[in-house]
Structure formats: C-alpha cells, structure tokens
Design a protein around this ligand. Structure first.
Ligand SMILES: [Zn+2]
Length: 108
C-alpha cells in the first residue's frame, strides 16, 4: 500500500519527468547560428527569432539573416557569391561558408 510519503515522491518524480521533457524540447528550439571569422565568434543568432546581422570582416561584409527558423546570407560583397547562393541552413551542423571573407555560419 502506498503511504502518503510514497505519493509525494511519485508526484515529485513525475513532475521532474515533465520538467526534463520540457527542457529537452526548449533545448531543441534554442538552435543558434554561430558566425565566425578567422575561427573567432563574431555573432550568435537564435534560429527561433527573425533577425538580421551585418558582419563586417577585414575582408568584406556579409549580411546574415534569420527568417522562419532558417538562416541565409542575404547580401555579400565577396567575389564568388557562393555564400549568398548557398541554400538556407536550419539543422544542427549545417553551415554556410564565405571563403573570401574567412566567414563561417554554422547551426549549433
Ligand atoms: Zn561569400
């Protein structure tokens, strides 16, 4: 038979369980795009918030935009425009590289 103490323990455990599931899902939503230049972090953009950041590097300028949970380079003054043509990134580990500007935007 369950004692009063057991019931409290059970309630506490299920609450803890719900909390950790909640944390797990929030963690999923907290993906960020980390922008680095020469391996140094210059910006961090949360994917769950629309925004735009102009990144000025010693080699040129890139505009990194987050919209609808996806990140793209919307403007650049680099020569090859590969970063601007790269498809939007949204999943962990995906990245956009602008080699002429030594810039990498990666989802972490
Ligand atoms: Zn580029």
């Amino acid at each position: 038979m369950l004692t009063r103490y057991d019931k409290i323990l059970a309630a506490a455990l299920s609450l803890l369980c719900i909390l950790s599931v909640g944390l797990f899902f929030t963690g999923e939503n907290q993906s960020k795009v980390i922008v680095t230049v020469d391996n140094k972090q210059v910006a961090a953009l949360p994917l769950n918030r629309d925004g735009e950041k102009v990144i000025t590097t010693p080699y040129g300028t890139n505009t990194v935009t987050v919209k609808d949970g996806k990140c793209t380079v919307t403007h650049t003054d680099c020569k090859n425009l590969i970063c601007q043509k790269t498809a939007a990134i949204s999943r962990y580990g995906e990245s956009i590289v602008c080699a002429p500007h030594h810039l990498v935007a990666e989802v972490r």
